[in-house]
Design a protein around this ligand. Structure first.
Ligand code: SAH
Ligand code: SF4
Ligand code: F3S
Length: 476
């Protein structure tokens, strides 16, 4: 699970998910047959997936319908990620495939969206001759104009980064949905300056979305049968929306409670929390609301304070440990997950040992692990030498992965014999006789079907066995 960015933030299954999830490709209305079609693939973090749903909505309004077959698309879009070199290489590879398709279908267009579009700007058009559109994350409203221009043979570029745009009024078209879980963007951009990270450059300044539109979106999803929403931002704890009329300010903890109050049957998740910003009020909101999930993604990046300072994370190891202790103190049954980077500039063998040590200490239920990939333009690229050899970065990563795997068996074994409330998400991958679902702690549970239960229902499951990745049990 390294090199690329898997799971919810994930790259690896994206193409499949995009194909599975076409909500409107299936039931094309007769009058829609003549409509123009778009095909979209998404890479990178959950925010990019949420953005693709905004793009789908914007295109739908101007008469496009979605297709899962790129060969029949008039417009092929790729929503890109720049977080690591490998992510960009994946996009380039996909562009080779799209180019072949475009050459076969006269008049079709290729558009590059997202973070890589923002990072490379007009250079993209020079490097990739068959690309027609380059559109950054804050410019999706301009897509219809840019497409019209491109149809007339004019290449279109808009990479303007806004201080206000939150797409608050756009109701996203749920492209990748199982009808149970949905993503809601609550903010955009990032004002932190982690030295390794390209996001502040590709997504611009942090801004929070109007609270009323967030609640309305959650309510609408609930009414449509969804039972879980994930509130998204690069640093959700610094969510802060000021009502322009009353000047009243809504914090993240308050927003969580407002969304939880939409309905007790709607589960609320959020990602990502920054260790420096998560407050006790957020922990109390989780503790006091059954439907706010007992799961916090709290990336540490490195277990060593000198490296953390160099990464400009603005906390050190003792501060992080205090946060973790506080979480377990307020919410004893909370699960915590993390992101780890190995081989950051000048990291020594002992400092790497500190990262292994924090993995043992923190009892992470999940870990997303990467080796450091220098990104042009970042503080680290400007200030520090990328001096840990690739094979050392990879070896350290393997050690982190192996350790976390081992720990995972132990951590999950502790759930055996306990009963968890599980939200059913669908059939298990291996057998239609089994359901898969999640606990509040974001652990996947597999269990045999029984009664009339269906996806979106809650069931109590007694955990009987486990491994490092899943729990297995039976409905009780
Ligand atoms: N906003 C989130 C992270 C977003 S990026 C946060 O602050 O935690 C997701 C993860 O990618 C990061 O947590 C980090 O572990 C990893 N990452 C970011 N830049 C990277 C780089 N240059 N090389 C390797 N991994 C990186
Ligand atoms: Fe990147 Fe740091 Fe912002 Fe996360 S908080 S997006 S790692 S700059
Ligand atoms: Fe990638 Fe951009 Fe997200 S760089 S991780 S898609 S914010």
């Amino acid at each position: 699970m390294y090199d690329d960015n898997p799971t919810i933030k994930g790259l690896s299954k994206v193409i499949d998910e995009t194909k599975q999830g076409q909500v409107f490709g299936e039931n094309v209305l007769v009058e829609e047959i003549d409509k123009k079609k778009f095909y979209i693939e998404s890479y990178g973090c959950a925010m990019n997936f949420a953005d693709s749903e905004i793009v789908a909505s914007i295109l739908h309004k101007v008469g496009y319908t979605a297709t899962r077959e790129m060969e029949e698309a008039d417009l092929i879009l790729i929503n890109t990620c720049s977080i690591r070199e490998k992510a960009e290489a994946t996009v380039r590879k996909r562009l080779r495939v799209f180019s072949k398709v475009k050459l076969k279908k006269k008049g079709s267009l290729i558009g590059v969206l997202g973070c890589m579009a923002e990072r490379l700007k007009v250079k993209f058009l020079e490097e990739e001759k068959l690309v027609d559109l380059v559109v950054g994350p804050d410019s999706y409203r301009d897509l219809p104009n840019l497409i019209a221009g491109a149809e007339g043979g004019e290449k279109g570029v808009n990479v303007f980064l806004s201080r206000e745009e939150t797409y608050a009024d756009i109701s996203p078209m749920r492209l990748m949905s199982n009808g149970v879980n949905a993503l809601i963007s609550i903010m955009r951009g990032c004002d932190n300056m982690c030295s390794f990270c390209v996001v502040p450059y590709t997504r611009g300044r942090e801004r929070s979305r109007n609270v009323y539109t967030i609640i309305a979106e959650a309510q609408d999803l609930f009414d449509k049968g969804f039972r879980e929403v994930t509130l998204l931002g690069q640093n959700v704890d610094s969510y802060k929306w000021e009502n322009p009329e009353t000047k009243e300010v809504v914090s993240f903890a308050e927003l969580l409670v407002l969304v939880a109050n939409v309905n007790p049957l709607l589960r609320v998740r959020f990602s990502t929390s920054h260790p420096k910003d998560i407050t006790d009020d957020v922990l109390y909101a989780i503790r006091d609301h059954h439907n706010i999930c007992k799961y916090i993604h709290l990336p540490i990046q490195s277990g060593n304070s000198r490296i953390l300072a160099k990464m400009n994370r603005t906390y050190d190891r003792p501060w992080y440990e205090e946060k973790v202790k506080r979480i377990y103190e307020v919410i004893p049954d909370c699960a915590i997950s993390s992101d780890i980077i190995t081989g950051f500039c000048s990291e020594t063998e002992e400092e790497h040992q500190d990262t292994l040590d924090i993995i043992k200490w923190a009892k992470y239920s999940l870990c997303y692990m990467f080796f450091y990939s220098e990104r042009p333009g970042t503080l680290a690229a400007k200030k520090y030498e990328d001096d840990v050899p690739l094979e050392v970065k990879k070896r350290r990563l393997q050690e982190v992965v192996d350790l976390h795997r081992l720990e995972g068996f132990e951590i999950n074994a502790k759930d055996e014999g306990k009963v968890f409330e599980v939200l059913i998400e669908g059939n298990s991958k291996k057998s239609d006789d089994y359901f898969k679902g999640k606990t509040s702690q974001f652990k996947t549970v597999i269990f045999e079907k029984k009664g009339d239960y269906k996806p979106g229902d809650y069931v109590n499951v007694l955990i009987e066995t486990s491994n490092n990745a899943t729990l297995k049990g039976r409905i009780v």
